[in-house]
Design a protein around this ligand. Structure first.
Ligand code: GTP
Ligand code: MG
Length: 198
């Protein structure tokens, strides 16, 4: 799939602020700092489109981007950031869950995990939640440029076992630094927005 245009559409906190649901949508979830916004920028090859930061907790709203005037990519706040006050975290949790549960045009979700880390209880919970609600899901391991092939060979076993990853689900290594995994993710998106299996 060729990306010919990518534009910021709007930000929202709750359903009242979502854009009209007239295009298919794909969303990205994962811990704060896992690389959601960077991944979106790399997918569309536009560095500053989604705001990124070294400090976790950068993305605090649901951000919608229009791609090729055909579909939307949705950047969600991250979960699990300890430095955010409890009530703010609860608000973000509600924001994320409310979006995932109620958005009718949502065609699929990428759950992002840092390739170097063992999935946390919140990662596991998010994965189970997506399975429970039957949301088409693909897991991607971010920052793959930080591991050697050998390290990744070991670490992917840990991730698969800890989550635990369902046999029908893929685990795609991705790097927003090198672009590894980009074509695979675009292929998944293409399938989702055309409503076929992935
Ligand atoms: N080496 C490397 N660094 C990455 C990669 N992806 C993201 N980063 C870095 O990780 C940090 C966090 O990236 P973001 O894209 O802002 O992460 P996020 O998941 O959107 O974070 P929140 O908005 O806080 O939830 C930044 O310093 C990025 O430069 C990657 O593939 N490789
Ligand atoms: Mg972000």
């Amino acid at each position: 799939m060729k990306i010919v245009s990518a534009e910021f559409l709007t930000s929202a906190v709750n359903p009242g602020g979502y854009p009209p649901g007239n295009l298919p949508e794909v969303a990205f979830v994962g811990r704060s700092n896992v690389g959601k916004s960077s991944l979106i920028n790399r997918l569309v090859n536009r560095k500053g489109l989604a705001r990124t930061s070294k400090t976790p907790g950068r993305t605090q709203l649901i951000n919608f981007f229009t791609i090729n005037d055909k579909f939307l990519l949705v950047d969600l706040p991250g979960y699990g950031f300890a430095k955010v006050p409890e009530e703010v975290r609860a608000k973000w949790g509600k924001m994320i869950e409310g979006y995932l549960k109620n958005r009718e045009t949502l065609k699929g979700v990428f759950l992002l995990l840092d390739c170097r880390h063992t999935p946390t209880s919140q990662d596991k919970q998010m994965y189970q939640w997506l399975l429970h609600y039957g949301v088409p899901t693909v897991v991607a391991a971010t920052k793959i440029d930080k591991l050697s092939n050998n390290q990744w060979a070991k670490q992917q076993g840990v991730i698969k076992k800890t989550l635990p990853l369902s046999p029908e689900h893929r685990l795609i290594p991705f790097s927003s630094e090198t672009g590894r995994g980009r074509d695979e993710l675009l292929g998944v998106i293409k399938n989702w927005i055309h409503n076929t299996d992935s």
